[in-house]
Design a protein around this ligand. Structure first.
Ligand code: ZN
Length: 234
């Protein structure tokens, strides 16, 4: 990171303190979502920033954002750095979990954080058109959709929706009794579901796979522990 870019981040070393020291960072100034900020990031740098943001979230040192100023700044254009595919679960809002503000990240949320044509098309817009440089598929522990898929719940349109998670159930391996009471199996399915979504994006989208090939984009899977708030890259 060059000196000139520091102004786009924080007044402290938070943005560079990814890892062990990030939890002790005391960033207080919110980055503004400008074209320069977007341009200054490498794809891996975006992932590092999101993980640093999660460290701030976990440690309670979230940046102080002037949302009204961000609204004004982004009123004529947006320059987000990342796109997150997450679950609708009320406990996993990506902007909060990654300590990002208005204009920073695209979020596509659906129960069970799987991807389909509509979501992958949205990701193509986010990255190819609007300049996001990282996609994070964000699963979470204790996911009700994953549990529902494991239990083969049938309810209205939920029945068909849960079929999207069935490949992850199969990938998690054989189990003596298929039940959400097996928390270890549920987590294996959740992990597989994220990994399969990442692969699905690469297999289904020539646009995004090409960007990855060209070094313009990274796609990562991650797991959010709802008991701690901690996000771990898979
Ligand atoms: Zn969920």
């Amino acid at each position: 990171m060059g000196i000139s870019r520091r102004g786009f981040f924080y007044s402290t070393v938070a943005a560079t303190a990814v890892g062990l020291t990030a939890t002790r960072a005391t960033a207080t100034v919110c980055a503004m979502p400008t074209a320069d900020r977007q341009a200054g990031f490498t794809p891996q740098g975006v992932v590092d920033e999101l993980m640093a943001g999660n460290a701030r979230f976990v440690s309670g040192n979230m940046v102080n954002c002037d949302f009204a100023a961000q609204v004004r700044l982004t009123s004529e254009g947006q320059y987000p750095i990342a796109a997150v595919v997450g679950c609708i679960d009320s406990r996993v809002p990506p902007e909060l979990v990654f300590d990002q503000g208005i204009g920073d990240i695209f979020t596509a949320r659906v129960a069970g954080n799987f991807v389909n044509t509509d979501i992958i098309g949205s990701l193509e817009f986010a990255c190819r058109v609007a300049g996001a440089k990282a996609i994070v598929v964000l699963g979470h522990t204790q996911c009700g959709a994953v549990k529902g898929a494991v239990d083969q719940v049938e309810l209205g349109n939920l029945t068909a929706m849960l079929q999207n998670i069935e490949p992850a159930v199969a990938a998690a391996g054989p189990v003596a009794v298929r039940s959400s009471s097996d928390s270890e199996f549920v987590q294996r399915v959740a992990d597989s579901n994220v990994t399969l979504a990442v692969q699905n994006i690469l297999d289904t989208s020539e646009v995004l796979a090409g960007m990855v090939e060209a070094g313009e984009l990274v796609i990562v899977g991650a797991m959010h522990d709802i008991a701690t708030g901690q996000v771990t890259l898979l």
